[in-house]
Design a binder for this molecule. Structure first.
Ligand code: PXG
Length: 462
């Protein structure tokens, strides 16, 4: 057997990776030509790669490592649980202590009457659960025609058939025959790109009222639910105008449409509250959770469900479940992770300390000639790169070309910052210090500036 270790030369690791490992959202030929970056270890907010480079991870892995890397407590929790009970299922009238304890804890943390949790292995799985759950709920209430779920263009809800259908990513729908039937999409509340001459407040209302128009067009008797991320993450950290969510809530209430808040990114402190729903002021009937639930140390997701929905479906079997629903090791790690978030007051820290600190530093990036808007909520932030701030113009060339240049410069400067088209986004671990935020912002500025200079030199900046 080949022994593959961190001590192998990077080139050999990359060759084996390209030969055998199929990567998500990646063109394999390009990967083979360039070679994947091999991450070997991490501590706090800092990654180390196989060449010994240290990189500040301003994306928390993939929006998930909320408590930072290298938490011995989480390793110990997993070890203890693996020794005691590494696996048992939660089907067939059985349960175990970690699942009970985590469900109880989540019911305590969740707002309103979201007192029930259906566990999954990921955010995508949890959203697939949600599709079946809301349709089953309406059927049990004697309204089986209420099946349609309304999501948003450029929303992201996962990569399974259900999750990708709820999401509004065109490039995903184009592969594999999506969306599945009875999913409808309205436009996103993305004022910077789509707001035209409207004020953000007018635009927020206009976009929310598309939900009402869709309900009236499809028929109230056919619409089951609306799903949205409180703040869109993968779509480019799109912070909706303040008028948007209250109007969505009003419309859901008026037409008795279930509201599903996808909290996979916004949950567990990211926005300065336990859940993004609290930050934007909505009362969801279901919340999708994953990522920060375990800080990504082990996979776990779930659906937090209201008393009313749980009561209505309680009569009969809900014919749904995953082998790993409520996995004991994942549940034990999640519990320990939640304990850390509470004891270290990380949610308050984001709201009162590092969130405002980042906001002030981040806003200063607007001084750069290519940065149109620099906004943040809690510890998620975005930069809109533009050739013309006044008109919020797009670049003349291929969309995303400047964003990609900027991301490449970030890596060279020791920073993981993502690009979504020509927007740059960050979501650092909640434990990031002031000094690390200073470093982050300084590297971000330098990278934007280098992208600007090189794009100008190549005639791309018109
Ligand atoms: N909902 C939301 C809001 C998400 O952000 C999912 C569901 C799906 O979760 P799983 O655990 O099945 O991946 C996500 C995941 C990106 C990126 O490029 C974002 C996600 C996943 C992968 C890449 O920003 N979010």
């Amino acid at each position: 057997m080949t022994v593959i270790s961190n001590h192998m030369p990077t080139k050999e690791l990359q060759a084996l990776d390209a030969a055998h490992h199929m990567h998500p959202f990646t063109a394999a030929n390009e990967l083979e030509a360039i070679g994947a970056r091999v991450i070997t270890r991490a501590s706090g907010v800092t990654l180390t790669d196989s060449e010994g480079n240290q990189i500040l991870d301003a994306m928390s892995g993939l929006w998930c490592v909320n408590v930072g890397y290298g938490r011995e407590e989480l390793a110990q929790a997993a070890l203890r649980q693996m020794r005691e009970l590494p696996f048992y299922n939660t089907f067939f009238m059985t349960t175990h202590v970690p699942a009970i304890a985590l469900a109880t804890k989540l019911a305590e943390l969740a707002p309103g009457d979201l007192n029930h949790v259906f566990f999954a292995g990921s955010g995508s799985e949890a959203n697939d659960t949600n599709i079946r759950l809301v349709r089953h709920y309406w059927s049990e209430k004697g309204k089986p025609s209420k099946k349609v779920i309304i999501g948003r263009k450029n929303g992201y809800h996962g990569s399974t058939m259900g999750g990708a259908s709820l999401g509004g990513m065109k490039s995903m729908h184009a592969q594999g025959g999506l969306p599945i039937p009875d999913i409808h999409h309205i436009d996103q509340p993305h004022w910077w790109a789509e707001g035209g001459d409207m004020t953000p407040e007018e635009f927020g209302l206009e976009r929310a009222r598309q939900l009402e128009a869709a309900i009236l067009e499809i028929g109230e008797d056919r619409v089951a639910a609306f799903i949205g991320e409180p703040i869109q993450g993968a779509g480019g950290v799109i912070i909706p105008p303040s008028t948007y969510w209250p109007e969505i809530q009003r419309i859901c209430d008026k037409y008795e449409i279930l509201l599903i808040a996808d909290e996979v990114i916004c949950g567990f402190g990211r926005t300065g509250n336990w859940f993004g729903s609290q930050t934007v002021g909505i009362r969801p009937d279901i919340m999708t959770i994953a990522k920060g639930l375990t800080s990504g140390y082990v996979p776990m997701g779930g659906s937090l469900v209201s008393d009313e929905i749980a009561r209505v479906i309680a009569e009969n079997d809900f014919n749904h479940g995953y082998t790993y629903s409520g996995h004991p090791v994942a549940a034990a790690v999640a519990l320990e992770n939640l304990r850390i978030i509470e004891e270290e007051k990380l949610v308050e820290r984001v709201r009162e300390d590092v969130g405002p600190y980042l906001a002030a530093k981040w806003k200063a990036l607007e001084a750069h000639p290519m940065v149109g808007e620099a906004n943040s909520v809690g510890l998620m932030a975005t930069l809109a790169l533009t050739p013309n701030k006044a008109t919020r113009a797009k670049f003349a060339g291929k969309e995303g070309a400047i964003g990609l240049r900027c991301r490449t410069r970030c890596f060279a400067n020791g920073l993981v910052m993502r690009h979504v088209g020509d927007r740059m986004i960050i979501a650092p671990p909640l434990v990031i210090s002031h000094a690390e935020i200073d470093t982050l912002v300084e590297r971000a500025y330098r990278s934007v500036d280098e992208a600007y200079i090189s794009a100008k030199a190549d005639g791309l900046f018109v």
